[in-house]
Design a protein around this ligand. Sequence first.
Ligand SMILES: NC(=O)c1ccc[n+]([C@@H]2O[C@H](COP(=O)([O-])OP(=O)(O)OC[C@H]3O[C@@H](n4cnc5c(N)ncnc54)[C@H](OP(=O)(O)O)[C@@H]3O)[C@@H](O)[C@H]2O)c1
Length: 310
Amino acid sequence: MKSSLRKILIGGGTGFIGSALRSLLKNQGYIVTVISRKPGNETITWEDISKNGIPENTHAIINLAGENVLNPAKRWNDDFKQKIMESRINTTTLLANAIQSTTKKPKVFVSMSGVGIYKPDPEKIYDEYTNIGSSFDFISELVHKWEEASKTSTNVRRVILRSGVVLGRNGGMIKEIYPSFNFCIGGRIGSGKQYFPWIHQYDICKLIIFAIENENVTGIINGVSPQIITNVQFTKTFAKALRRFAILPLPKFVVHLIFGRERGVMLLEGQQVIPKKVVEEYNFKYLYPTIDVACEELVRNKHTTSSVDN
Ligand SMILES: NC(=O)c1ccc[n+]([C@@H]2O[C@H](COP(=O)([O-])OP(=O)(O)OC[C@H]3O[C@@H](n4cnc5c(N)ncnc54)[C@H](OP(=O)(O)O)[C@@H]3O)[C@@H](O)[C@H]2O)c1
């Protein structure tokens, strides 16, 4: 069947990654429907899924829904943590149950996940085959439960995408730090020695499409670039691409003040993660494999649309 006849359902498709993915899929002739909390154009709600199940002839389902963990406006308390958990686990469970109960099954279910499942360790390099053991903090517990929620007892192909920090011009981390770097008041976070698993927005979207289109892609895949870098390396490269100085580090105590100690770990510590399976087994080709080429794209023609939107 041609992609032009294929229907794709994206939970959380209104967000930073989802909007870019939607454009790319539509450009390739897919028919895309988003699942959102609010009804809208080409959109159904989670209640619709709950009541009516999965729309007929859905080829692939992707779930990207989730409350923004690093929203600095939200205080790190039990209510917010519960919202973070429920927004991922309830939506994923709902989709897994809907897949379970539908007679005409989709071909593939791609469920978003994160590298927070890997414990920061100065020595260890994690790939998709690493035995990760049990959870060690709130974020790792969240990711364990999120991945578990995507299980079904059907033979629908399941792909779990453990993403690093997604770098794109129109959202996520780059949107947050861009103004300070542009005014030369950006800098490393904490010591800057922490590893920084990352991927360009275009590559994460292409990897999702690759996972949909290639039947041999199954199970866990690491959604990170092949290049391991630290926060300092990222900071220097981004500032250089912008032709700015990055002279004002964000000290650890300020990170703790803004984000809280538990959440601050996400910025102050990092993991060395490689996409071994993605590269060696599946031979996926990255458009932005190094931080230099990624940063050049992120600052190129600052006011034009991103390559993902074209
Ligand atoms: N961006 C990154 O660097 C990164 C890295 C690793 C993993 N991830 C994961 O990838 C997924 C997509 O990331 P993103 O950056 O595109 O996120 P995003 O821009 O924050 O969008 C996520 C979408 O989730 C939905 N959502 C938000 N709060 C929700 C809630 N309380 N209940 C149900 N749905 C909710 C929203 O859709 P509606 O408002 O339409 O309902 C939103 O558009 C997230 O699960 C995120 O944790 C992202």
